[in-house]
Design a binder for this molecule. Structure first.
Ligand SMILES: Nc1ncnc2c1ncn2[C@@H]1O[C@H](COP(=O)(O)OP(=O)(O)OP(=O)(O)O)[C@@H](O)[C@H]1O
Ligand SMILES: [Mg+2]
Length: 248
């Protein structure tokens, strides 16, 4: 999708800047030499087979895992994993793979945990993008369907009023028809609010239909980048990255 015309300069400001980043666990490096720039209002799809390093990349940008080397800045500030709360305060929200909801709390209580400042305004704003949650506000999160839980995880991230939204496999365990409803919401919040959005997604074509650009990782290396439009038409090239992996 192209950037809408008339977008203000502020919206094109760099929100996430990663240069020469190495990341991993202990002495093991699982993402090598990553360069990634995401502008305000832009949606970038981070694609690649299982184990490629997608979650590791999101955790490192969110300040939950220290980069082994290289530069990671969000809204002009260096991300420091020794102060993970600072990244959240700086406007980064991560919707993790496992959703991390409090099942014994209601939908409203889960949302309130994410909010600093005007509570009702933040809830109203989050719910305006996910209206299906409104009648469920008083229900315990553990009694929601998978799709509703994912909506709540997204609403909670939105309620923190982020500038950067990192979404890890929103579609995990969900029917494609639900994914088709949820993914466009990420496009909308990028367009409406100027959020910089990074999505990790196994539904490649659906991800490309809402993203501006895509970066494909394999074994921790960037193997392909391009506009979403261009990559959507070069399906065989994209698929070969995944199939090459499966053949190993
Ligand atoms: N906590 C950890 N400690 C050690 N190694 C890890 C840890 N988490 C992930 N890894 C390894 O790092 C590599 C990259 O994992 P990562 O979770 O980033 O992949 P991914 O692209 O998100 O995969 P998936 O699509 O399966 O979620 C894998 O080889 C994985 O086994
Ligand atoms: Mg992952």
């Amino acid at each position: 999708m192209t950037t809408p015309t008339g977008v203000s300069k502020a919206r094109q400001a760099v929100a996430v800047k990663v240069r020469g980043m190495h990341a991993g666990y202990g002495p093991t490096t699982v993402v090598r030499n990553l360069d990634l720039t995401v502008a305000a209002g832009e949606v970038v799809a981070l694609l690649g087979p299982n184990g490629a390093g997608k979650t590791t990349t999101l955790l490192t940008i969110a300040g939950l895992l220290p980069a082994q080397s290289g530069e990671v800045t969000v809204l002009g500030r260096a991300v420091n994993a020794k102060r993970p709360w600072a990244a959240a305060r700086n406007g980064v929200a991560l919707v993790p793979e496992e959703r991390a909801l409090f099942f014994d709390l209601t939908v409203r209580e889960n949302l309130l945990l994410a909010i600093r400042g005007d509570r009702q305004k933040a809830i109203d704003s989050a719910i305006s993008y996910l209206p299906a949650l409104e009648p469920l506000l008083g229900r315990r999160a553990g009694q929601l369907s998978g799709g509703e839980q994912q909506m709540l995880a997204l609403a909670r991230a939105m309620a923190s009023n982020p500038k950067v939204l990192l979404v890890d496999e929103m579609s995990l365990g969900l029917a494609p028809v639900i994914v088709q409803r949820l993914l466009p919401i990420l496009r909308t919040v990028a367009d409406d609010l100027g959020l910089a959005v990074v999505i990790v997604e196994q539904h490649i074509q659906m991800a490309l239909s809402v993203a501006d650009r895509a970066v494909v990782l394999s074994h921790g290396d960037v193997v392909l980048t391009g506009s979403a439009k261009e990559l959507a038409t070069r399906r065989e090239l994209l698929e070969s990255q995944y199939l090459g992996e499966a053949a190993l």
